[in-house]
Design a protein around this ligand. Structure first.
Ligand SMILES: [Fe+2]
Length: 327
């Protein structure tokens, strides 16, 4: 190993003297700029026309109407270091995608544990990353969410619900649609949560009537699995239903549920399988691909060592694909 590799400072010093490279003063001089002018540009105080011409607005970046990103179990709230960091990572990656995805769908447990208002205030700041670049997003309620506080902090989202006393959504796309059900069984106050999920008869009736009118393939989903939402008989009675997607288990799993094609999503950043899922759809199929960032043992932070399952799970699941027939 020579000095160049041993000492990073030697690399900097060598580069600045290399005939093929320029130091900062020479670089600015080549642009006809003083150091003071350069600092005004980098601070955003002054934008010459050539800087404006080279900057790309999100409005100039095309949208892929058949690309969606799925997240689940974000579990964000104040002072939750790794959950917030994983959320920032996912949202900044999505915001920088070119082309932009058409929609981001979040399958519940948006908030940390009790669905506190302060959790949603943190999420409001985080989600501004997508709002700023106008990437639409939809979230369904998990067992750690609360409809009342979510609706108070995100009235523009709650206002899109298709049922009056539940948060139920439909996201329409060119080749198929998504329906997100509300399986939250909400505790009377925010000092506890109720883990099991349920879909009451009025929502089941709404689902049945909605599916009767459905003219495209549809992927129905909720935070809880079909064991708890118990809508499998309704889904099986409509040929438009392509499959079922849910969160809650923090594990990428493509095992069928109740003999229906089904996908369980990873957690974006709490525990278990950590990552997000990109979906690309065409007339024939929707392809779901898992970007796995980590595997976290329950109640342990990413820094926890040893984590013997980390490498095993990453080797097993990173880049895993689930193909869903839309024909
Ligand atoms: Fe969760």
């Amino acid at each position: 190993m020579n000095d160049f590799h041993k000492n990073p400072e030697a690399e900097t010093a060598r580069s600045s003297n290399h005939p093929g490279t320029m130091n900062r003063r020479h670089f600015l001089a080549s642009l006809g700029l003083s150091a003071a002018a350069f600092s005004l540009i980098t601070s955003g105080t002054f934008s010459p026309s050539w800087v404006q011409a080279n900057s790309v607005s999100h409005e100039d970046i095309p949208v892929n109407p058949n690309h969606f990103v799925l997240l689940a179990d974000t579990h964000c709230g104040p002072h939750l270091k790794h959950q917030i960091n994983f959320m920032k990572k996912s949202l900044s990656e999505i915001a920088a995608m070119n082309p932009r995805p058409a929609h981001v769908l979040i399958y519940g447990d948006f908030a940390f544990l009790y669905g506190k208002k302060t959790d949603y205030l943190v999420l409001k700041e985080l989600m501004a990353t997508l709002d700023k670049v106008q990437i639409p997003w939809t979230v369904c309620m998990g067992n750690h969410d609360r409809r009342d506080f979510f609706s108070e902090i995100f009235p523009e989202h709650a206002g899109k619900s298709l049922m009056a006393d539940r948060l139920v959504f439909k996201v329409e796309t060119p080749n198929m649609d998504f329906i997100l059900l509300d399986s939250l069984c909400q505790a009377p106050d925010d000092s506890r949560w109720i883990t099991p999920g349920e879909v009451l008869d009025d929502q089941k009736d709404w689902l049945n009537e909605t599916l009767k009118k459905q003219t495209k393939p549809v992927i129905v989903g909720a935070h809880h699995s079909l064991d708890e939402t118990k809508v499998d008989d309704i889904l099986k009675s409509h040929s438009c239903v392509a499959g079922y997607v849910n969160g809650h288990h923090h594990t990428w799993s493509t095992e069928p549920q109740k003999d229906l094609p089904a996908l369980i999503l990873p957690s974006n950043g709490h525990w278990g399988d950590i990552g997000l899922v990109n979906v690309h759809a065409n007339e024939n199929e929707a392809v779901f691909k898992f970007t796995m960032r980590d595997f976290l043992v329950f109640n342990k932070t990413p820094e926890f060592k040893p984590n013997p399952l980390r490498h095993q799970k990453l080797a097993e699941k990173q880049g895993a694909v689930w193909r869903l027939d839309l024909k």
